[in-house]
Design a protein around this ligand. Sequence first.
Ligand code: ADP
Ligand code: MG
Length: 232
Amino acid sequence: MILEVSEIHAYYGLAHVLHGVSLRVDQGEVVALLGRNGAGKSTTLKAIMGIVPPRSGRVTFKGTNITGWPPHRIARLGIGYVPETRDIFSYLTAQENLLIAYNQRSRWTPETITELFPKLAELRDRRGRNLSGGEQQMLAIARALLTGPELLLLDEPSQGLAPIVVSSILEAVKRLKEQGLSMLLVEQNFDLAVELADRVYLIDHGQIVFEGAVQDLLARPELAARYLGVTV
Ligand SMILES: Nc1ncnc2c1ncn2[C@@H]1O[C@H](COP(=O)(O)OP(=O)(O)O)[C@@H](O)[C@H]1O
Ligand SMILES: [Mg+2]
C-alpha cells in the first residue's frame, strides 16, 4: 500500500466537510474518487496534501504518518498534486513553469516530459497566461511529474476541456499507468474514470458510500444514478 487515509475529518472554519473518510491506494494502482459537486472530493485531496489539514484521523504515505505535515514536506516525500485550478505561473513560460518544479530525483526531465505531452515542446516559450485550458492542464500534470512523485493526485483533469483535448490527457494518464505510477484521480467524467481506474470510491456529503472494483460499480447502475446522476 502506498497511501492510506483513515477516518479523516476536515473543516473549513466551523463547516465540517469530511466525516471520517477512509481510502487506500496500492502500489501501481489507479483509484478514482467520484461524487457530485460539493461532495468533498477536492477537500479529500487537500487533506492528503496538508493544505486543509485533517483535525482527526490519519494519512500514511509509504508507511510514514504524514498527518499534520506542511504541504511542501508532503510534496517532497513524493506526492504530486495537480489542483483543479491548475495554478500555472501566468508570467512564466511553459518551460520556466517546468524548470521551477524540476527535482533531479524525478524519472521525468524537462526534455523527456515532451514524450508524454508532445504539444509542450511547441509551447515552451509561450507564457502561462497565453495557454489554452487544455495546454495548461498538460503543463500542470507535466510540472507535477517533474517534482518526482511516486503518487499523483489529479483533481478533475478533464474539467472544462473539449473532447479532443480530454482524449489526449486520457492517453497521457494511461501511459503513466502503464509506467506503474500510482494515482488518485478525482473526476466528474464518469466514462473517463471508469476507463482509467482499477478501483473506485464514491463520496457523498463527506462520507465514502461505496468502495469497489470498477466492475462492481458498473454492475450496480443504481449507485451511479443516485450518487453521480449518471445513467450507466
Ligand atoms: N475554501 C472553502 N471554504 C469553505 N467551504 C468550502 C471551501 N471549499 C469547499 N468548501 C465546501 O466544502 C464542501 C466540499 O467541497 P469540495 O471538496 O470542493 O467538493 P468537490 O470537490 O467534491 O466538488 C462543499 O460544501 C463546499 O462548498
Ligand atoms: Mg472539486
